[in-house]
Design a protein around this ligand. Structure first.
Ligand code: NAP
Ligand code: ZN
Length: 353
């Protein structure tokens, strides 16, 4: 065991501050990674503030962060894929039972014994797992990912959650040429959704509540942009979408989007608002529409997504911040005031006292 530096929250209202945490020494199959950048996902904020207390209560102290890129500094004797000095990434998963039907299909994200990067039981050290707002992490190489060398690291970090969470449902729904695809909410997930759907060849319509994001949406790859507060603009797209990806983190009217789906169209929700959403049966019945959900992605598909992003030179648009600004960043995230992902430069933690 060794001590790592981290930023942790001690309660739902304390905010985050520096704290030393234990990390295990790398075992036979483990890699130790010196973290260079970690993205800030809205899930970090939901968890830090215990907003999902009904579904996954937060154990304090919590060290969030599951969009991790860094360099390998140590490898266990049996490690095959990585050597010291390699780039490596860690997303939302750090372990699973590896034997269940889900794991056997590379869908570790649905393993009943899944271990998330933070706030999951840690059988190595006891307590819970600690995430990426830290100077290092130790993980089984099976849960580490390769980062394409051409990608800028600060913008590559958010691919590990925002990237895979939007990539996975779009692959499942065969997003591509000839498909009309909507992306609701231009935040961390949404802006990745726009970039990825565009790269897959779809006709992309971005929905935003923020007038000020209109020009950006086009630059990010949207063919059309709708300010969702404008009912006329919304109405023009009625009954027309093959697929809509909803990334909104708070309560909103999902029926307004369901009615924009064409026959057999699907709206997949990836946003995780803490409170239930009201769905009108008629919005689904009229047109055989479906309303689905999607949960990150398995390790093989996460690698596939990273390679896709490498090939198409896709990274997140990031505002790089020192870790000392993390509490301010959370307040801005709540106001939808980030273009489009905060990425923490972990060099700032090394000099933190
Ligand atoms: P984010 O960066 O805060 O983006 C959310 C966006 O939703 C905002 O930028 C805003 O876009 C829109 N929005 C926010 N409040 C709204 C409201 N009251 N009404 C309408 N639109 C609103 O968050 P994120 O990191 O992308 O995460 C989004 C959600 O996905 C979170 O709930 C997160 O926990 C969840 N998530 C789920 C998974 C999964 O596996 N399913 C994985 C990661 C994250 P505009 O300014 O454009 O309107
Ligand atoms: Zn996330």
């Amino acid at each position: 065991m060794y001590q790592a530096k981290a930023y942790a929250a001690k309660s739902a209202t304390s905010g985050l501050a520096g704290m030393a945490i234990p990390r295990r020494d790398p075992g036979e199959h483990d890699v130790q990674i010196d973290i260079l950048f970690c993205g800030i996902c809205h899930s970090d904020l939901h968890a830090v503030r215990n907003e999902w207390s009904e579904f996954m209560p937060t154990v304090y102290p919590i060290v969030p962060g599951h969009e991790i890129v860094g360099r390998v500094t140590k490898v266990g004797a049996a490690v095959k894929k990585y050597k010291v000095g390699d780039l490596a990434a860690v997303g939302c998963l750090v372990d699973s039972d590896r034997t269940c039907p889900q794991c056997q299909q590379g869908l570790e994200n649905f393993c009943p014994n899944l271990r998330l990067t933070f706030n999951s039981p840690d059988e190595h050290l006891g307590g819970v797992t600690y995430g990426g707002y830290s100077d290092s992490i130790v993980v089984d190489e099976r849960f580490a990912l390769r980062v394409p060398e051409n990608l800028k690291l600060a913008g590559a970090a958010p691919l590990l959650c925002a990237g895979i969470t939007t990539y996975s449902p779009m692959r499942r729904r065969e997003v591509g040429k000839g498909k009309k695809v909507g992306v609701v909410g231009l935040g961390g997930l949404g802006h990745m959704g726009v970039k990825l759907a565009h790269a897959m060849g779809a006709h992309v319509v971005a929905f935003t509540t923020s007038e000020s994001k209109k020009d950006d949406a086009v630059r990010l790859g949207a063919d059309e942009v709708v300010v969702s507060r404008n009912a006329n603009e919304m109405q023009k797209h009625a009954n027309s979408f093959d697929f809509i990806l909803d990334t909104v983190s708070a309560d909103h009217d999902v029926n307004a989007y369901l009615t924009l789906l064409g026959r057999n169209g699907d709206l997949t929700i990836v946003g995780a608002p803490p409170k239930p959403l009201a769905v009108t049966a008629f919005a689904l019945i009229m047109g055989n529409r479906s309303f689905s959900g999607s949960n990150i992605g398995g390790i093989p598909q996460t690698q596939e997504m990273l390679d896709f992003c490498g090939k198409h030179n896709i990274t997140a648009d990031v505002e790089v911040i020192p870790i000392q600004k993390v509490n301010e960043a959370y307040e801005r995230l709540l106001r939808s005031d980030v273009k489009y992902r905060f990425s923490i430069d972990m060099a700032s933690l090394k000099s933190d006292h």
